[in-house]
Design a protein around this ligand. Structure first.
Ligand SMILES: [Fe+2]
Ligand SMILES: [Fe+2]
Length: 480
């Protein structure tokens, strides 16, 4: 199989599609359905705009993408797998050391299909959640970044649809169709996972979503990249390459919001970050509001990891289907038959760490890895606050805060980790999570800025542009 990406075919790919007529025909039939979904559920209105986008043109490290102006419906969504590793073996579980599977092992067919469908479902969901944001972009640079994330989530959908078509026969094709039929937030046919049915109504939500929820995406992709099913591993490895930009958009977006707020505070001699009325008069996002919004996105994203203690996750690990974060860097036997892992449990209102069978605690461990990744970004945001000499510290909420899934779902826990009565929770929740007035305020800031090089008053310009261009470049030619 060649790693060369062929772009002279309708569907760009490096999986030698033209050699498999049936598969090619099936995907060529899926393509108009995808484009129909993109037109109806993708970004509203900007479909004719010329957008300065990167397109993957190879899968080797380094120069894998090229930048240029494209109308989004004409984007070259391709099927790209990371290069095959010669002699790759299954890295964990009961089949550890056996040659990686190039075809689906019959005994794990349903399990694999389910995991691919769940991953695939999140990709179009986030595009749907973000579809109205083009109308309120704080700059052309930000609008371009939004659309870049959107087209790449579309490509991730292609990646999963390919696996379903290629390896799962008729039911795979049906699942690939269903990925285009469920809709984020729809009452009858919602997306599979809760966080992907929430709204992303404003750009603060978008930046927090890409900071926290795309970062969950990275953790899931890293775990699937370990898979003994080699086509899934190679698909996910290349998706991770693209995911980096999505998280950058989120992290740097929040950084720029913080920078702007701090500069306005300094310019007006405001030292109290809680002086909400003055800060809101000045049209910036106060840091306590950012904290409340962050509490929401972080806790909703933790729910995506599934139950901390999970027999499904244990089965997938033991089978060699889904590994741990950076499995190969972990110093153990990668089989976990007798190992334990410390898990924070909550019993009778008291948290305590307990040793659990490691295989059942795979999800708990992934949450730990995710939280330490998140600590890093929150620390970098706090550095911006400190650099302006302002006394305020953003904090990740406790892992049990505001949970609807997993072992803390039935409890009420404050961001600081205090177990509360139902009553106390009801009274305090608007200190923890944005109140309707907060959300209205954020929405009131969402007026579009589409003049080249201009930025909305609630966000600082980026330090650098993107794709070799300056920040003041005309990244989107709207009247194309
Ligand atoms: Fe994605
Ligand atoms: Fe993403």
């Amino acid at each position: 199989m060649s790693d060369q990406v062929s772009y002279d075919t309708l569907i760009p790919n490096n999986v030698n599609l033209s050699s498999d007529r049936r598969l090619l025909r099936a995907l060529e039939q899926w393509r108009p359905k995808f484009l129909d979904w993109w037109t109806h559920s993708g970004p509203t209105d900007f479909q004719q705009a010329q957008v300065y986008l990167r397109t993957a043109v190879g899968v080797e490290k380094g120069n894998w993408a090229k930048f240029g102006f494209v109308r989004m419906p004409e984007y070259r969504w391709g099927i790209l797998l990371a290069p095959a590793e010669q002699g790759r073996t299954i890295p964990f579980g009961e089949h550890k050391g056996e040659p990686a599977w190039q075809e689906v092992p019959g005994e794990y067919r349903n399990l694999l299909r389910r995991l691919i469908v769940i991953q695939g479902d999140t990709e179009p969901a986030s595009v749907e959640q973000q579809r109205f944001l083009g109308h309120t972009a704080p700059s052309l640079y930000d609008m371009r970044n939004l659309f870049q994330v959107n087209v790449e989530e579309g490509r991730h959908l292609w990646a999963m649809a390919y696996l379903l078509h290629r390896y799962f026969g008729r039911d795979g094709r049906e699942e690939a169709d269903m990925l285009l039929q469920r809709t984020s937030g729809d009452e009858d046919r919602p997306r599979i996972l809760g966080a992907f049915n929430e709204e992303t109504p404003d750009w603060l939500s978008f930046f927090l979503f890409t900071s926290f929820t795309d970062r969950d995406g990275k953790m899931q992709l890293e775990s699937l990249a370990q898979s003994g099913f080699d086509p899934l591993s190679r698909s996910c490895r290349f998706m991770i390459t693209e995911e980096g930009h999505h998280m950058f958009v989120g992290k740097s977006g929040v950084e720029r919001i913080i920078d702007r707020t701090c500069r306005v505070m300094q310019a007006h001699g405001i030292s109290d970050p809680g002086d909400i009325s003055r800060l809101r008069e000045l049209g910036v996002i106060d840091l306590p509001l950012l904290q409340r919004k962050m509490n929401f996105h972080f806790s909703v994203t933790l729910d995506l990891f599934g139950s901390e203690l999970s027999t499904n996750a244990a089965t997938a690990f033991n089978a060699g289907i889904k590994g741990r974060f950076r499995e190969s860097d972990i110093d153990d036997d990668h089989q976990l038959l007798n190992d334990t892992y410390p898990v924070l449990t909550l019993q009778d209102g008291v948290f305590s760490e307990q040793q659990m069978p490691a295989m059942n605690a795979i999800n708990a461990r992934l949450v730990d890895d995710y939280i330490s990744d998140c600590r890093g970004i929150v620390e970098s945001w706090n550095r911006v606050i400190r650099s302006h000499g302002i006394e305020f510290e953003l904090r990740l909420p406790h892992r049990a805060f505001n949970r609807k899934q997993g072992m803390y779902a039935s409890a009420h826990v404050s961001p600081a980790g205090v177990v509360l009565s139902e009553n106390a929770w009801q009274q305090q929740q608007h200190e923890f999570l944005a109140a309707p007035a907060d959300n209205e305020y954020v929405l009131s800031l969402m007026t579009p800025v589409d003049k080249t090089g201009a930025y909305a008053g609630w966000i600082s310009p980026p330090k650098n542009g993107v794709g070799g261009q300056p920040g003041g470049f005309e990244y989107v030619r709207i009247a194309a």
